[in-house]
Ligand binder design. Structure first.
Ligand code: AMP
Ligand code: MG
Length: 499
């Protein structure tokens, strides 16, 4: 992209979704923002996408990022999808406040969606205003970028811009638009949209598109749709395991928020656990704990079963029979638990400093988690504290436990297990520090940054938090307060979608 002689900002759009049949989306331009102003541009991400950050930050670039101007080559559209929301099926959801501007090919050769979120009404808006408030936009920016830094597959945030328009929620709030980048915005709910209409050809077209874009190896498999389903199952199993290794609770794992590419998508009422509890829930709308911490793998398995359902006609066809097609779907789904457990166990082993796998390791980790739960130990700081304990340079970790003796007895078993692996303790500690972050987007820090921006137009706390989270593994002097759990008066027990 460049600013040409006429001052035109060019994004090198190369759109594929807009080539799909008309019933896959609604062509709609974003709404005009009265006074677009750039809040944040992700310069590194822009560079990785082959975009010119300077041009994006120019008035014309900002107008494009606010939705006020349609850039050259952009074919804005709202994607159609359905979805189960907390178990209830809705035949038509769709992008009610998002616009897919188009796709670009990154320097890594991968195709990325450039999508605006909060850019006005679409044919899928139902009663919504199509807008986003500043707070949730900044929250998604902070958390998605932190997740990316920690190596978790996720949608990214390219920019946040203020629209200059008020948004009416419980209060009057400043409006904003997030530019979201994803390897695609295909969801389980996209497949459900065609399934609900008994549109098998639509499902086939969508599956072939998803295969070409995300699972090209499946195209050559003997059973391509089974290979595709296997691929989604495997990626989602790894993804949920990664969440749980970080104490991340997505909060709203509806099928429309479950991506086909295996990226974390839709940062609404998400939150990181502080004092560990397996059944922690933060979301204000999750009354039954459907998406509680320990329920996340079950919720994902259920969502994948919904995906498998939509693929049944294709699976039956490729197996040459209804029974065989059904068996194929079950066999694919059965892999989820196996792969999730394997990924989780491997990750947790690394967190406690074990390189190899031995019998009893899973029990050792579970014993630690139980003791953490009984003693309200901070999830992040306990694992971080283990790094120093492994190096023999601190006993801070025991202080995380209401009863430090609960840690001491576990420590004996842990040290006995560590002794079975030859590794210099400093090297082990260094490895552990690369998998156990010291800084995470703690809810009270995120809330404070959002509050300053919304109430006082002060974006410094947002910038400061981003800078801290850009390097989550290296403890730095002066940043102590970013590592600490919330004080009781700061504690955020409920999070909101904010839509
Ligand atoms: P979410 O809870 O963000 O996953 O959104 C669920 C559905 O509601 C999607 O179809 C969204 O497009 C739609 N939606 C959420 N917020 C709004 C809004 N402010 N205006 C219109 N549609 C919305
Ligand atoms: Mg959503």
């Amino acid at each position: 992209m460049s600013v040409s002689e006429q001052g035109k900002v060019r994004l090198p759009f190369d759109n594929s979704y807009a080539r799909l049949p008309e019933r896959f989306y609604a062509r709609v331009a974003p709404s005009i923002a009265p006074a677009p102003a750039l809040i944040k541009l992700n310069v590194q991400l822009a560079a990785a996408l082959g975009l010119d950050a300077e041009a994006l930050a120019s008035p014309e670039g900002v107008a494009i990022l606010a939705g006020s101007r349609v850039g050259e080559g952009s074919e804005p559209l709202a994607m159609a999808y359905a979805g189960h929301q907390f178990g209830n099926f809705v035949r038509q959801l769709g992008d009610g406040r998002a616009n897919l501007l188009g796709e670009v090919i990154g320097l890594d050769g991968v195709r990325y969606d450039i999508q605006l979120k909060g850019s006005g009404r679409t044919p899928f808006s139902r009663n919504g205003d199509g807008r986003a408030a500043l707070g949730p936009v900044l929250r998604e920016y902070i958390v998605s970028e932190a997740m990316a830094t920690m190596g978790v597959p996720t949608t990214r945030s390219l920019a946040a811009v203020a629209t200059g328009q008020a948004v009416f929620r419980e209060n009057v709030l400043p409006g904003a638009v997030l530019t979201r980048v994803a390897t695609s915005h295909l969801r389980v709910g996209t497949f459900q949209y065609f399934f609900a209409q008994r549109d098998v050809e639509g499902t086939r077209t969508l599956a072939d598109y998803a295969i070409a874009r995300h699972y090209p190896e499946a195209a050559h498999a003997q059973r391509r749709y089974r290979a595709f389903l296997d691929g989604v199952v495997a990626r989602q199993a790894r993804l949920v395991a990664q969440w749980m290794q970080l104490g991340f609770i997505h909060g709203v794992m509806n099928t429309d928020n479950t991506s086909i590419s295996g990226e974390t998508i839709d940062y609404g009422p998400c939150a990181f656990i502080e004092a560990y509890h397996s059944r922690t829930v933060f979301s204000s709308i999750d009354h039954q704990g459907r998406y509680s911490n320990s329920n996340q793998p079950h919720a994902m398995h259920w969502n994948l079963a919904r995906l498998a359902e939509t693929l049944l006609p294709l699976l039956m066809e490729e197996e040459g029979g209804d029974e065989a097609g059904l068996a194929s779907a079950y066999a694919a789904l059965e892999q989820f638990g196996v792969q999730f457990e394997a990924a989780l166990n491997e990750g947790m082993r690394k967190k406690i400093g074990l390189a190899a796998e031995r019998e009893g390791d899973t029990a050792l980790v579970e014993d630690l988690l139980n003791r953490m739960e009984e003693n309200r130990a901070d999830f992040t700081l306990t694992f971080r504290g283990l790094c120093s304990a492994a190096a023999g340079t601190g006993d801070d970790v025991r202080k995380m436990f209401a009863d430090p003796a609960a840690f001491d007895t576990w420590e004996v078993a842990w040290r006995a297990r560590l002794a079975q692996e030859e590794m210099p303790s400093e090297e082990r500690a260094a490895r552990m520090r690369r998998t156990n972050p010291v800084y995470i987007p703690r809810n009270h820090l995120v809330e404070a940054a959002l509050r300053s921006a919304t109430d006082d137009k002060d974006f410094q706390p947002f910038e400061d938090l981003l800078a801290v989270l850009a390097n989550p593994y290296e403890e730095r002097a002066g940043l102590e307060r970013y590592a600490l759990p919330a004080r009781p008066e700061e504690y955020v027990s409920k999070t909101f979608c904010g839509t």
